[in-house]
Design a protein around this ligand. Structure first.
Ligand code: OOG
Ligand code: NI
Length: 466
């Protein structure tokens, strides 16, 4: 899973390809979905204000992040139709230093997909650029209607979402262990093209309607010639403020913010979005009156990230979220929003809102670094990290959560698909099949955070222990 560390002088680093890719995607999406550009501007102004008015926050973030690029977009999402697409996507993302982390089963939420996140895995790479792509694979086997399933499968079998240029450049990168600057420009262009919107559908409007009636997500994946990027997401430092301002972009905000409630010490991930815009699509019908239907797929999202939680912290989070949602399940029309907010606030009072307590109780992962108070004279050989913390020689800062939350992801899917009351897939994870289709295993997020924390501890101890 580790990328090649030694690249030849004329090659560009995977981190830099990822940064260029993220920014090319941003430009493409800004021009195709104007409200996204407005959202990016809104977020970056608000982040600048936050950093200026909150020096403690700025200092803490600086320990673990590159704050220069804080407002750059942080993730996007795609939905693929078949195993070979997923396997090829894995090879493409590896060239950008992005590897599959985590397995998300969305069937629990009546969405017939399972997913992973392609992202950087090493501390320095994440700092260089944390852009991730939440990648879902359609699960036709969850559809009862055999006839429709066969039709959808035929359409997907027939499509090829990758150009020869993509395939050639992936082969070159794999053979040579990287790309030169000029190759990387071509590579990025050709990959951005894969994720573009297609105004011409691959199917008839009749089949589209059948698929839509079965499940809107199936229609979104099967109808098109490619896996359009369905949203991009910048990072905000104040999602509650942003939620009240999303309407100024001209778009409509999703009713509730997903994830934990507002806290002084943010944990995991909070997300909200503006609802997908409706775009005219040309179908293959001979009859022109049937040709044009508006399809809602592309939206904009914002995320606020906080401390990565240990398994213990995560279990507590999952337990509390389940409890809050059993009191009030948030409806998409926002009609019970205030009750849901009150319930989550009250239920989450059990989760300590203080980094020191979270650390002591083993709920979160922290990055340890030297303070300016260090003294080389003190006899601190063989000391433990705790002693260094107590003496004020080492500080700890929350490691930022880099992954996703299945219940939140389901909320994001559903805010655009509408309530899916009639379809009821039972919880049906199949990580083994997903990994077989991917052609690799997915990394365990907890192991990655543990490693990040441990290497920061090792670094501090080395300074004192020599
Ligand atoms: C992906 C939804 C999940 C997130 O931020 O949780 C996601 C999708 O709609 O395809 O992006
Ligand atoms: Ni998202």
């Amino acid at each position: 899973m580790n990328q090649a560390v030694f690249i030849s002088p004329e090659q560009v680093s995977a981190d830099s390809i990822r940064s260029q890719f993220s920014s090319a995607m941003s430009s493409m999406y800004r021009s195709e979905v104007p409200a996204y550009g407005a959202l990016l501007d809104l977020v970056s102004h608000s982040n600048a204000r936050q950093l200026q008015s909150n020096p403690a926050l700025k200092q803490r973030l600086q320990q673990v992040e590159n704050i220069e690029t804080l407002s750059d977009q942080r993730h996007g999402a795609i939905r693929l139709g078949k195993a070979s697409e997923l396997a090829m996507m894995r090879r493409i993302f590896a060239i950008m230093g992005m590897y599959p982390v985590g397995y998300y089963d969305l069937s629990v939420a009546n969405v017939p997909v399972h997913s992973t996140a392609f992202r950087a895995v090493q501390t320095q790479s994440i700092r260089n650029n944390p852009f991730r792509v939440f990648t879902s694979l359609l699960r036709l086997e969850l559809i009862d209607n055999q006839q429709l399933r066969d039709k959808a499968q035929q359409v997907l079998e027939a499509r090829d979402i990758f150009s020869d240029k993509v395939r050639d450049l992936v082969d070159i990168a794999e053979q040579k262990g990287g790309l030169t600057a000029s190759e990387s420009v071509l590579f990025i262009e050709s990959i951005v093209d894969v994720f573009r919107w297609h105004t011409e559908a691959a199917i008839s409007s009749d089949l589209y309607k059948e698929l839509l009636a079965e499940h809107p997500l199936i229609a979104d994946v099967v109808s098109f010639k490619g896996p359009h990027i369905n949203h991009l997401t910048p990072r905000t430092l104040d999602i509650d403020e942003m939620q009240t301002q999303i309407h100024t972009t001209g778009a409509v905000a999703k009713a509730v913010i997903e994830g934990p409630p507002k806290r002084d010490c943010p944990i995991l991930l909070r997300q909200t979005a503006f609802l997908a815009i409706k775009e005219q699509v040309q179908f293959t019908d001979a009859n022109p009156s049937n040709q044009s239907i508006a399809h809602a797929a592309r939206f904009g999202e914002i995320e606020q990230r906080g401390c990565a939680l240990t398994q213990r912290g995560r279990d507590l989070y999952d337990k509390l979220l389940l409890k809050a949602r059993s009191l009030t399940r948030p409806l998409h029309d926002g009609s019970n929003k205030d009750q849901y907010l009150a319930d989550t606030q009250q239920v989450f009072a059990e989760f300590p809102d203080d980094y020191a307590q979270m650390r002591e109780q083993g709920l979160g992962y922290f990055n340890y670094s030297l303070t300016t108070g260090q003294s080389a004279d003190e006899n601190l050989k063989d000391c433990e990290i705790e002693q260094l913390v107590q003496r004020g020689l080492v500080r700890f800062d929350p490691i930022t959560y880099e992954d996703f939350l299945p219940v939140s992801a389901a909320g994001i899917f559903q805010s655009n698909l509408g309530e899916q009351g009639d379809q009821d897939f039972t919880q049906n994870p199949n990580q083994q099949q997903f990994e077989a289709d991917l052609g690799a295993t997915v990394a365990d997020e907890f192991a990655l955070y543990q490693q990040m924390q441990q290497s920061s501890i090792d670094h501090c101890l080395k300074v004192f222990n020599g």
